[in-house]
Design a protein around this ligand. Structure first.
Ligand code: NAD
Ligand code: TDX
Length: 334
């Protein structure tokens, strides 16, 4: 089976490639990745003999056409993925997330290739802290940020291409991922590497925003489950019942690293900051039989901390660049 993985040098895509290469010898993997600031080709060094890495843009129609023509399956992870960046400059988000997804859809339409689209729970907007509701496949779209609105638009393109052109596609919307190889601009790696660098963690706003954490391996196992057992044209929500507020995450990181639990700073809030996300993944569990393996967030977090402690050379350069970007807008409030 020939699989084209877009965004396979980024966080979730690279974990997908490494796990697939280790467990599925029948799969020939090719990665299409632009190698933006978010990619780290070193992540794929251990599979360089078997995984082909093509550096290119998913919005390059000619390149995409030739790669899709030579594939049995496209798993589409490539995106601009960071909300804070989408607030300072949305243009790359519109180009990659919308035009790039459109370009892939046109190619899979021409060649009738199976397509799986990776998306986010952020397309549903946010929930109040005291709302017992969780997102389901039937929750109306209501995205808040340039990032989440372009992901919502890309989901709608996929749905329309299924209905209008019979493109054989499925969609998954997953909650917040954590694990190895995540870029240090994101919340958990930023706070771990801050503490490892002797810098205090930084909480936006009041620190009470809730995210529904899932280990990246559980996400990627769910993706394979949907590819193998999902119904064409359907959407599946992926989540592992991992709701935790940001302050608790930071306190746990500090504790696991042997620091006082209150050794953090509050900083200016993110504009439009979504309050809470929560996924109901009943459909995926009951219809397709998927179950998460990482059910204890604290031990998953502890393993992730160990990974960052042992891989400083993987993150150090990106850390300096990410902190320079944050320094432009972020103000410490105390
Ligand atoms: P990431 O930013 O770590 O990786 C994105 C990858 O896409 C990078 O390797 C980058 O070089 C590549 N890329 C960007 N623009 C490209 C272009 N125009 N052409 C080709 N490659 C390009 O992102 P991630 O966190 O791994 O997210 C992967 C996917 O999962 C995204 O679609 C994201 O919306 C979705 N998702 C992420 C999370 C999360 O918690 N991180 C949760 C749910 C869904
Ligand atoms: O320094 C920080 N301090 C802080 O309090 C950072 C970087 C973030 N935060 C907060 C903002 C969020 O409430 O932590 C939470 C998580 O922030 P991010 O890691 O930026 O993730 P989020 O905005 O929730 O989006 C992530 O999950 C859904 C991914 O980046 C998206 O790609 C995915 O779709």
């Amino acid at each position: 089976m020939r699989v084209l993985v877009t965004g396979g040098a980024g966080f979730i895509g690279a974990n997908f490639v490494l796990r697939t290469a280790a467990r599925r010898s029948e799969v020939r993997i090719r990665v299409l990745d632009k190698l933006t600031y978010a990619a780290n080709p070193a992540t794929l060094a251990s599979v360089a003999d078997t995984v082909e890495l093509v550096q290119g843009d998913i919005a390059d129609a000619e390149l995409v056409d030739s790669l899709v023509a030579d594939s049995d399956l496209v798993v589409h992870f490539a995106a601009e993925s960071h909300n804070d960046n989408s607030l300072s400059d949305p243009s790359a988000f519109v180009q990659t997330n919308l035009v790039g997804t459109y370009t892939l859809l046109e190619a899979v339409r021409r060649h009738q290739v199976r397509f799986h689209h990776i998306s986010t729970d952020e397309v549903y907007g946010d929930l109040e802290l005291d709302d017992p509701a969780r997102f389901t496949e039937h929750t109306p779209y209501n995205p808040s940020s340039p990032y989440s609105s372009t992901k919502a638009g890309s989901d709608l393109l996929v749905r329309a291409w299924v209905r209008s052109f019979q493109v054989p596609a499925t969609i998954s919307n997953c909650s917040n991922n954590y694990g190895p190889y995540q870029h240090v601009e994101k919340f958990i790696p930023r706070q771990i590497t801050n503490v490892l660098s002797g810098v205090r963690p930084r909480l936006y706003g009041d620190g009470r925003n809730v995210r529904d954490w899932i280990h990246v391996d559980d996400h990627n196992d769910a993706v394979w489950t949907i590819i193998e057992k999902g119904t064409i044209g359907e959407t599946y929500l992926i989540g592992a019942d991992g709701e935790v507020d940001n302050r608790t995450v930071v306190e746990t990181i500090l504790e696991l690293l042997g620091r006082p639990r209150d050794a953090f700073d509050f900083v200016t809030d993110r504009p439009g900051h979504d309050r809470r996300y929560a996924i109901d993944s009943t459909r995926l569990r009951t219809e397709l039989g998927w179950q998460p393996q990482y059910v204890d967030f604290r031990s998953g977090l502890s393993a992730t901390i160990d990974w960052y402690r042992e891989h400083e050379s993987w993150w150090q350069t990106a850390k300096d660049a990410a902190e320079q970007k944050y320094a432009v807008t972020e103000k410490v409030l105390g």
